[in-house]
Design a binder for this molecule. Structure first.
Ligand code: COA
Length: 449
């Protein structure tokens, strides 16, 4: 019997996605879409992707922005859009325009999620949307002599109400509006609403779908092939970066979405993402593919993933020693580790080192070796090995290397599952080949960065 060719492509591909589907089931995502995405005609595809994500067991709160739509209404009324401190000044006319824009967008979004024609990705989907007055707002007031009038800030989020709606199986849809106890409406920013909601319901992820593709490795230069997106920013690094950046005025400024991601992570949302809406399916690529596509700010507060110092030498020795004894790792002396301590990354919790890896550069071959990757037996299978690998990849990328490689005798499959490919030992840089132990017969695996 002829086996259709896609049995060889579709089935392994679908299975490769399965771990991510399992991982995200039962989690809560707050997804914020810039009004620009809707103006650019991306709503249909975003709705399809979100319906699919929800059908795989993720609870979704959707927050929409409406900057271009409000500006269009203002233009139609011959009124000028006014901003200050990176925020809209909402006078009576602007408030009217915002309410009209929000009303219209809500219908468009509800309509997009109501589709179900056969032979489309929405066939068979039933997404119920619930909107409501979940946000209490307060006025921004007068800042530096500028009266922001009907522009507001979030005062309180009805987290219990949102949770109930999610538990009912609905997707919660929120516009950037809030109401004061006096019944006044305030125009809020979509970014603040999304961040406050994510913190108050302690969402697992906050995702911004924006006009920027993410944060580049070197923020002083535009994104390019040599300066790609930094796919993972630890919270500490993101905070330092934010301090060094000029305050954001426009949504395209690097600090604009980053400041909200940092705030969310500080508020207990473990992961927050900046994704480009211009890339079709960017949500799916970020959530269900190993390396993702945008920038993720990740909070590693529970245990710290950091570069090693001389104080960690004892801890590292203790950690790797059992694996050296059983032959999983090659023996390293204290002197060697002392000499190379600057190349090590460790995970520490309450002063105990329970994960490590080293990165040895071979600049002449534009590659580097990851060695001594270890997670203590009692902490294995919690994703720490993968987190160390990611950090090592970042360090290698930041040094301009094109790949990293490992030599392993027993852990080949772990690396294969994480994007490494086996190569012949002849591939090794000359200097490393000279040290290759042909008796040990280690397999050589390479990952392109
Ligand atoms: C390899 C190692 C670093 C992974 O650390 P970890 O924190 O457990 O890794 P993660 O939590 O990210 O991944 C765990 C997954 O890898 C799998 N795994 C662990 N060791 C593996 C191996 N040798 N081969 C294939 N898969 C392996 C686990 O079964 C688990 O799979 P699951 O999620 O389906 O349950 C850790 O097992 C270790 O320290 N091993 C001993 C030292 C070693 O072999 N280092 C590599 C030297 S080259």
């Amino acid at each position: 019997m002829n086996t259709p060719v896609f049995n060889f492509t579709f089935v392994p591909w679908f299975r490769s996605v399965a771990p991510y589907i399992h991982m995200h089931r039962g989690k809560t995502f707050v997804v914020a879409i810039a009004g620009e995405a809707i103006a650019a005609g991306k709503l249909q595809n975003i709705a399809q992707d979100l319906a699919l994500i929800q059908s795989m067991g993720v609870q979704v709160v959707l927050v929409h922005g409406f900057r271009p739509q409000v500006n269009e209404q203002l233009r139609a009324k011959g009124h000028q859009a006014r901003y200050s401190h990176g925020m809209r000044i909402t006078d009576e006319v602007a408030l009217d325009c915002a309410q009209e824009a929000a009303g219209q967008l809500r219908y468009e979004i509800e309509a997009a999620f109501s589709q179900g024609l056969p032979n489309t990705p929405m066939a068979g989907s039933t997404v119920r949307m619930i909107s409501g007055n979940f946000i209490t707002a307060r006025p921004v007031g007068v800042v530096d002599g500028i009266d922001f009038q009907h522009s507001g800030l979030v005062r309180k989020v009805d987290a219990a109400g949102i949770r109930r709606a999610l538990d009912f199986g609905a997707m919660v849809l929120m516009s950037p509006f809030g109401f004061s106890p006096t019944g006044e409406a305030f125009n809020l920013t979509m970014e603040e609403v999304a961040t406050s909601v994510a913190i108050s319901i302690q969402a697992d992820k906050l995702i911004f779908l924006t006009e920027v593709p993410g944060i580049p490795l070197d923020t002083a230069h535009p994104i390019s092939e040599d300066n790609p997106i930094d796919t993972e920013l630890p919270l500490d690094t993101a905070k330092k970066l934010l301090e060094a950046l000029p305050p954001a005025q426009r949504p395209t400024d690097t600090a604009f979405y980053l400041q909200h991601c940092v705030k969310a992570c500080e508020g207990g949302v473990e992961r927050s993402h900046i994704l480009p809406f211009a890339v079709d399916g960017s949500l799916l690529l970020e959530v269900y593919v190993h390396d993702g596509i945008g920038t993720m700010v990740i909070d590693e507060k529970l245990e710290s993933l950091r570069e090693a110092t001389a104080d960690d030498i004892g801890g590292i020795l203790q950690l790797i020693e059992p694996f050296e004894r059983d032959g999983t790792l090659v023996k390293r002396s204290r002197t060697e580790i002392e000499r190379d301590i600057g190349q090590y990354t460790v995970i520490e919790h309450d002063g105990v080192i329970f994960g490590c890896a080293a990165l040895y550069p071979y600049p002449e071959a534009r590659t580097a070796e990851m060695a001594a990757l270890t997670v203590s037996p009692q902490s294995q299978s919690q994703g720490d090995g993968e987190r160390i690998l990611k950090r090592i990849e970042q360090r290698a990328k930041a040094s301009g290397f094109e790949s990293i490689f490992v030599l392993t005798t027993r852990t080949m499959h772990w690396f294969l599952r994480r994007g490494f490919q086996q190569v012949n030992p002849d591939w090794l840089p000359e200097a490393r080949k000279r040290k290759y132990n042909w008796d040990r017969k280690s397999q050589v695996l390479v990952k392109k960065l």
